[in-house]
Design a protein around this ligand. Structure first.
Ligand SMILES: [Zn+2]
Length: 317
């Protein structure tokens, strides 16, 4: 069995969207505390990622969008120096501060370096404890706390830069990964399987008809046992048929029953079970290659316990 990488960087704490915003740096404190107190950090290879290059970001985002985000970031810095506001809002719940640009580049960089390390065999799998998250970020648009789509960029990178032919993306965040869908829909090399609460933010997803998407909308208050059954029925046969050479996970933990940003009923053991089923597929078809990136999860205690459960399966401890 190979090692499990854990990618994290101080820059991920510096991005914040205002006091009281649920997607805040305290999420990473909760995860780090949990790894320390459980001793799980000893089982992981901790890495500090560098920033992704713009050419790699542009595998999933348009040059125009990337330039506009950079421009907003520079304008905010100038405004702030002149005594202006500390944040610039992109939508009602998504804002940048002067550290967002660097953090977002580094979050994508974590996914890319994890991809390199897993493909080279240096690591068997990896978890990227990143902020900002990515799965709502569309080719041309930031939204839903997301700026660059870390998982979609890494999936495209595995195909375009490493020459892999078949990739799978698994998204178990409570919200539909509309950004990832926007970027990978129609790309037959990439199979995306997901479940999400529906109807719910960001709407859509239930009617998607691209052949490479397996979208499983579920009603509020769905419990773990029902989700497991749907996964066996809907995801697993498609994953087996696709025979992915590598699997990316959009690991959101906001489907936890204690998480108020969603209304689903999963608990830690459900996240462990889902991770194990993904790992079974990875061991069968993908040489165990998994790169998992943090998406949502806003109840700090539930998030930390769920990440622990996820990591215990990835690291086999
Ligand atoms: Zn979410």
């Amino acid at each position: 069995m190979g090692a499990t990488g854990y990618f994290i960087h101080r820059d991920f704490w510096k991005h914040e969207m205002g006091a009281g915003h649920p997607e805040g740096p305290a999420r990473l404190d909760a995860i780090e505390d949990r790894l320390l107190v459980t001793g799980l950090d000893h089982a992981l290879q901790r890495r500090e990622p560098s920033q992704a290059s713009l050419s790699d970001i542009e595998l999933a985002h348009s040059r125009k969008y990337v330039a506009s985000l950079r421009g907003l970031s520079e304008a905010l810095r100038e405004d702030m120096q002149a005594g202006g506001p500390t944040h610039s809002a992109l939508d009602p719940d998504t804002a940048i501060n002067t550290h967002t640009w660097d953090a977002a580049l580094r979050a994508a960089g974590a996914a890319l370096e994890a991809t390199d390390a897993v493909i080279s065999g240096e690591l068997e799998n990896a978890f990227c404890a990143v902020r900002p998250p990515g799965h709502h970020a569309c080719r041309e648009k930031a939204m839903g706390f997301c700026f660059f789509n870390n998982v979609a960029i890494a999936a495209k990178y595995a195909v375009e830069r490493h020459g892999l032919q078949r990739i799978a993306i698994v998204d178990f965040d409570v919200h539909h990964g509309n950004g990832t869908e926007n970027i990978v829909a129609g790309d037959e090399r990439i199979l995306m399987v997901s479940f999400f609460q529906h109807p719910f933010y960001p709407e859509g997803g239930a009617q998607s008809d691209a052949a490479n998407l397996v979208n499983v909308p579920v009603p509020a208050y769905t419990k773990g046992m029902d989700v497991r059954e749907l996964i066996e029925l809907m995801w697993i046969p498609r994953l087996q048929a696709h025979r992915p050479e590598m699997i990316f996970i959009s690991a959101g933990f906001d489907a936890h029953r204690e998480d108020d940003l969603g209304q689903m009923g999963l608990v830690e053991q459900d996240f462990a079970w889902i991770t194990q089923r993904i790992k079974d597929i990875a061991l069968q078809y993908s040489q165990g290659r998994i790169v998992s990136c943090l998406e949502g999860g806003y109840n700090l205690s539930a998030l930390a316990r769920s990440v622990e459960a996820h990591l215990r399966v990835l690291a086999d401890v």
